[in-house]
Design a protein around this ligand. Structure first.
Ligand code: SAH
Length: 256
């Protein structure tokens, strides 16, 4: 069991940004939002920008000081567009995620975001154990606050190693043994057609193996390829039969 990770927004000026931050938090699987002295909240614009994350806004806690917002936290990280690493240990978002997750197993943790115009004051940073800086263009490193929240939350999600089952594959993968049977078939067809020269085929075989192995075929795809090879074989066999027949006719004519 671990404690929820808290996102704290300080003195946010635009309610739309609060909504967008709520959405960013929810899309990454978090829900704990604390607002310190928001200029306008609740707000229609915040609701609109939150889209289906209005529940995060409804459950958001409003505090009148950052000190209160983070009082119970064992780790407080301030997100800053300005590097001030002489006074605070600086983390990048990935390091921040690792550290936040580590500490959140034993105590609440907060990540704090500053106001749009001027960011976090040094007095606010004084409440932080570390600073997280999103590496950005040194000439313009100030992200929109909701974009900053999104990035930090994304890294947290990635670090959680949350199992992302993805889509179940349509067919099971071809096994190594299936692949070997396919290659035997392929070599035979390509040798019969004259494409694969028996004297020096190794390099080409290796390249073809690399090509097909890279594709990580599933059972069904392999079946299609085997079917293609078989149809080429039958076609060749048909042609061969035709040639044999013609040769026979010629031979018979000669005899008669
Ligand atoms: N002009 C302000 C930036 C405010 S942006 C300044 O110079 O600090 C609003 C908030 O978004 C910031 O306080 C910070 O919490 C977050 N933020 C924006 N860009 C960031 C970055 N590159 N790294 C970390 N946090 C950032």
């Amino acid at each position: 069991m671990s404690f929820p990770i808290r996102f704290v927004l300080c003195e946010t000026t635009h309610p739309g940004n609060i909504g967008a931050a709520a959405r960013a938090i929810k899309t990454m699987g978090f829900s704990d939002l604390v607002l310190v002295n928001p200029q306008e909240f609740p707000s229609r614009e915040a609701d609109a920008r939150a889209s289906s994350a209005v529940d995060v806004l409804i459950n958001a806690r409003v505090e009148s000081s950052l000190e209160d917002a983070v009082a119970d936290c064992g780790l407080v990280v301030g997100a800053s567009a300005r590097r001030r690493s002489t006074r605070w240990p600086e983390l990048d978002p990935r390091e921040c995620a690792t550290e936040v997750l580590r500490v959140s197993s034993s105590s609440p943790v907060a990540i704090v975001f500053g106001t749009e115009r001027s960011g976090l004051e040094n007095e606010q940073m004084d409440l932080c154990n570390a600073l997280v800086y999103i590496p950005a263009n040194p000439d313009y490193s100030s992200l929109n606050i909701a974009a900053a929240v999104q990035l930090i939350a994304y890294e947290l999600r990635m670090a959680q190693g949350e199992p992302d089952p993805g889509q179940a594959p349509e067919f099971p993968p071809a096994t190594a043994a299936d692949m070997e049977r396919f290659y035997e078939h392929l070599w035979k067809v390509l040798t019969d057609s004259g494409f694969l020269k028996p004297d020096n085929p190794r390099q080409l075989r290796r390249k073809l193996r690399r090509l097909f192995n890279r594709a990580r075929l599933d059972e069904n795809e392999l079946k299609i390829l085997r079917g293609m090879l078989s149809s080429v074989e039958q076609d060749n066999a048909g042609e061969q039969d035709e040639q044999d027949e013609q040769a026979e006719v010629v031979a018979q004519r000669r005899c008669s």
